[in-house]
Design a protein around this ligand. Structure first.
Ligand code: NAG
Ligand code: NAG
Ligand code: NAG
Length: 353
């Protein structure tokens, strides 16, 4: 009787264990299926996006300053339908070009690709900063095949802005002006030439400061152009003076907002390669800040003379295609189709000064 009870107890335990095993296996199997499905869904379906010939893979070695933007999405007129852009370093050996953004690799040579490179691959040196803010250019010696920067003599010219011609003469309406001079500055260096110039200038006329540091009014991106458009003049003082280094301070802050730029940067002749001579005022047109101030104050009282700084707008307009990371990379696709079969640059530092 006792042993019979024990057998039945054992049977129960055995049955319970079997049930447990079956359940565990089922659950394990279900989880596996689920996981496989998840990995399958998360794999980007690259096949769908692969373009037709000539088909080039362009590897972005890093995101520029770690900015995120959609890669294979080039706006008109930068059509790049036969290139495929990727951040996947596993594609290094099949990439036609590797775009190396200087500021992301300039801390150490180890940040450059260390894998053996295919002989017909192009390494493209990409930089939007001026030479003053581009350390360790020597790291690039004998590595680079093509350059991409704001310098007009780059292999791939990537300016901060440009002018477009109207199809027909336009009547430009000057935005309503209620204020005199604005300056937006984010990097306040008291010993810099531009800050010293401002300190002198402000003795003779009022300059309203905007920017994210120092003790001035922050300027929200959305309101920026509307706020600046109320000013007659905008100080476009570059952070350093180098050939062709003419930035969004001119193209966006001054031109798109509809003010007259007062520029500090490369010489007037350099600006005139890109914009009409009567579209801007150069600080070097005057012996000192005092004379510049007198000129601006005189223009403030002479509407007809002030309006002449807008005459060029009947023929041209600043591009509304703002400089964007995606556009910079889109230029690479076209450039690859026209690139020389072999090219190598012994020294970027020799040229980028
Ligand atoms: C000029 O005309 C062309 C062709 O009609 C058009 O595609 C283009 O958008 C026009 N440009 C401007 C600035 O209006
Ligand atoms: C521009 O203004 C002039 C003079 O007021 C006028 O004759 C002309 O038709 C205008 N053009 C356009 C495109 O509006
Ligand atoms: C790019 O430059 C490297 C280094 O000089 C060279 O080995 C390679 O063949 C060049 N590639 C092209 C496509 O010119």
């Amino acid at each position: 009787m006792e042993s019979k009870q024990n057998v039945s107890k054992l049977n129960k335990i055995f049955f319970f264990i079997i049930i447990q095993i079956v359940l565990s296996c089922t659950i394990f199997y279900l989880i596996r299926i689920k996981m496989e499905n998840v990995t399958e869904i998360e794999q980007p379906n690259k096949i769908v996006d692969v373009p037709q010939k000539p088909f080039y893979i362009i590897l972005l070695w890093t995101r520029p300053f770690n900015y995120h933007f959609p890669l294979n999405n080039c706006p008109q007129p930068f059509d790049s339908s036969d290139c495929f852009f990727t951040l996947d370093r596993n594609m290094f050996s099949t990439a036609k070009a590797v775009v190396i953004h200087h500021r992301n690799v300039c801390n150490s040579k180890q940040q450059l690709p260390q894998i053996p490179r295919p002989p017909n691959q192009y390494w493209i040196w990409f930089n939007t900063e001026s030479p003053s803010h581009s350390p360790n250019l020597a790291f690039m010696d004998n590595l680079i095949n093509l350059t991409m920067s704001y310098r007009a003599d780059s292999d791939i010219f990537a300016p901060y802005g440009w002018l477009e011609m109207h199809n027909e003469t336009q009547n430009f309406t000057i935005p309503e002006k209620t204020k005199l001079v604005a300056w937006a500055i984010s990097n306040w260096n008291p010993s810099s030439r531009r800050v010293k110039y401002y300190e002198e200038l402000k003795n003779y006329l009022k300059v309203d400061l905007f920017g994210k540091f120092y003790n001035y009014i922050p300027l929200a991106k959305t309101e920026k152009l509307a706020t600046l458009s109320k000013y007659k003049f905008y100080l476009t003082f570059e952070n350093s003076i180098h050939e062709d280094y003419i930035t969004e301070k001119l193209w966006t802050n001054a031109f798109l907002s509809g003010t007259v730029p007062v520029v500090m940067g490369p010489p007037r002749k350099n600006y005139e390669r890109y914009i009409p001579a009567d579209s801007f005022i150069h600080v070097e047109d005057f012996p000192s800040a005092k004379e510049l101030a007198s000129y601006l104050l005189a223009l403030d009282k002479d509407d007809q003379k002030y309006q002449q700084y807008f005459n060029w707008r009947s023929t041209y307009q600043p591009t509304k295609q703002r400089r964007s990371w995606i556009v910079e990379y889109c230029r690479v696709c076209k450039a690859l189709k026209e690139a020389p079969v072999y090219r190598t640059i012994p020294s970027i530092a020799e040229w980028f000064k």
